[in-house]
Ligand binder design. Structure first.
Ligand SMILES: [Zn+2]
Length: 65
């Protein structure tokens, strides 16, 4: 099996950040903003170069936590 190399095509950076997909929802209640819940907006993770924000093409199956 071929080992893939994940590196930014633009600046050669090897660190990538995900787009924020977790949102805290607050609701107006009697003059206050009350925390309701956290919600995940997308299930699919997208990664972007930490240095230049270039989008990275990668296989979801290569994500390792
Ligand atoms: Zn880059």
């Amino acid at each position: 099996m071929q080992t893939k190399t994940y590196i930014c095509q633009n600046c050669a950076c090897q660190e990538f950040i995900s787009r924020p997909s977790l949102y805290d929802i607050f609701e107006h209640q009697e003059g206050k903003l009350v925390f309701v819940k956290s919600e995940i907006m997308e299930e699919k993770i997208e990664l972007f170069c930490r240095e230049c924000s270039e989008k990275l093409d990668f296989d979801q199956t290569d994500l390792t936590f």
